[in-house]
Design a protein around this ligand. Structure first.
Ligand SMILES: [Zn+2]
Length: 181
């Protein structure tokens, strides 16, 4: 039997509003770590991630965490969520050298040696402040100057910390249209 897709309305039936903080507290099934559980595509998922899906229109890939600005795991208010990489995952990736991915050309500038996704990762790494620009440069196989320019927003200004989420599902389409024009 096909499962009935969860609508915003049905989702909101399981929300209690916390008027002081603006949090939407999940009153549906609880999950581990204080997060709520909701069904997404026939599978249990964290309720706040499902909220992101319902209200933002796309589900973040598993490696992207939906984090709480309000530090309330049970909160499913999409406005209280931001997406980020898991610091441990990134640290782990650096340790294992997985970030030394094949250098490929950027979408628009043939001289660019980093992809937008890599620049976005670099911005997060810089923000975490755990690694020097030289270490990050080594990890990505680029010069420290390249990292410095990203850090100072001299280059890649459009790839800000929230970059992939904002226009996400349409992003590729917009790029395709632009490239085809
Ligand atoms: Zn909240």
């Amino acid at each position: 039997m096909p499962s009935i897709p969860l609508t915003k309305e049905r989702f909101m039936e399981r929300v209690e509003f916390e008027l002081n903080t603006g949090c939407w507290l999940w009153s549906g099934a609880p999950g581990s770590g204080g997060y709520g559980t909701a069904v997404h595509n026939g599978k249990n998922a964290k309720a706040h991630r499902v909220a992101w899906f319902l209200f933002r229109g796309w589900m973040p890939p598993p490696e992207i965490k939906a984090c709480h600005k309000c530090d309330t795991p049970a909160c499913v208010n999409p406005d209280h969520l931001f997406l980020g990489t898991q610091a441990d995952n990134v640290a782990d990736m650096i340790a294992k050298g997985r970030l030394r991915t094949a250098r490929r050309c950027g979408t628009k500038n043939p001289m660019a040696s980093l992809s937008e996704k890599q620049v976005w990762e670099i911005r997060h790494l810089l923000m975490m402040g755990k690694w020097s620009q030289a270490e990050i440069a080594r990890s990505y196989g680029v010069s420290p100057m390249t990292i410095s320019r990203i850090s100072n927003c001299e280059t890649w200004q459009h790839v800000h910390l929230n970059w992939p989420y904002h226009p996400h599902p349409l992003y590729g389409i917009q790029e395709m249209i632009r490239d085809a024009a």
